[in-house]
Design a protein around this ligand. Structure first.
Ligand code: BG6
Ligand code: MG
Length: 224
């Protein structure tokens, strides 16, 4: 793991880290699973976190042995329906949907001169940031449309570091998903996992809750 003094920037996931939208994604995918008749489980729900829209649909279909039952057009229609339902939930969001301690942490790292970028798999990230009134914190956002591979591939976190002109080893990546932690680690960045310790066992640094994430607490889990 890098030394704390080497760190110059933070690359953030969005859904489940900055805001509680992971619950909205799950709710909307659960509707799709019910519609196609695929079984919904905690494992599937956790496994979908961080995964792109079309890859998520494929995972749901696979869980129901339905991968070959739908044409590409039908798959796009299912994913579009999910996104429409998801956006209805996003529409009701306000800054109250920012997870505990996140605003304070963003202010803390900005005040200390760290650079920030966003590495979310979501094409809706700019809209969500706007609803949370956090757009100004993230002038640098990786565009998921240009990625050749989604999480757990390192590409998105490598791009996140490059956007703020830092080497991966100068960055900390922040994630709530196992696929995201894998992506950060493969990119050569220091990983913070927030949430269930067992699910995020590969994270360099772990916090149970977003409120625990402060520079002092990060420092405690790294060498100076
Ligand atoms: C990730 C979420 O951030 O974005 C996934 O964790 C979601 O649940 C993915 O499927 C893609 O999001 P969107 O908004 O582009 O469908
Ligand atoms: Mg996430």
């Amino acid at each position: 793991m890098a030394k704390f003094s080497d760190i110059k920037g933070f690359v953030f996931d969005l859904d489940g880290v900055i805001t509680d939208t992971s619950v909205f994604h799950s709710q909307a995918w659960h509707q799709v699973a019910d519609k196609v008749g695929a079984p919904w489980s905690k494992e599937l729900e956790d496994g979908l976190k961080g995964i792109s829209r079309m890859d998520s649909l494929e995972m749901i279909l696979k869980a129901g042995n339905l991968s070959d039952k739908y044409t590409e057009d039908q798959k796009v229609a299912l994913a579009t329906e999910k996104n429409t339902n998801y956006l209805k939930l996003v529409d009701q969001m306000t800054p109250a949907n920012i997870l505990p301690g996140i605003k304070a942490f963003l202010d803390e790292i900005k005040d200390h001169g760290y650079l920030l970028s966003l590495a979310s798999a979501s094409k809706n990230a700019p809209k969500v940031l706007q609803k949370l009134q956090l757009t100004d914190y993230f002038p640098k956002i990786v565009d998921p449309k240009i990625l050749s591979k989604g999480k757990p591939d390192p590409e998105i976190y490598l791009k996140g570091a490059a956007l703020i002109d830092l080497k991966p080893e100068q960055c900390i990546g922040v994630e709530d998903a196992a696929a995201g932690v894998e992506s950060i680690n493969a990119a050569g960045e220091t990983s913070i996992g927030i949430g269930d310790k067992q699910t995020l066992k590969d994270a360099d640094i772990h916090f149970e809750n977003t409120a625990d994430m402060t520079l002092a607490n990060i420092k405690k889990q790294m060498t100076e």
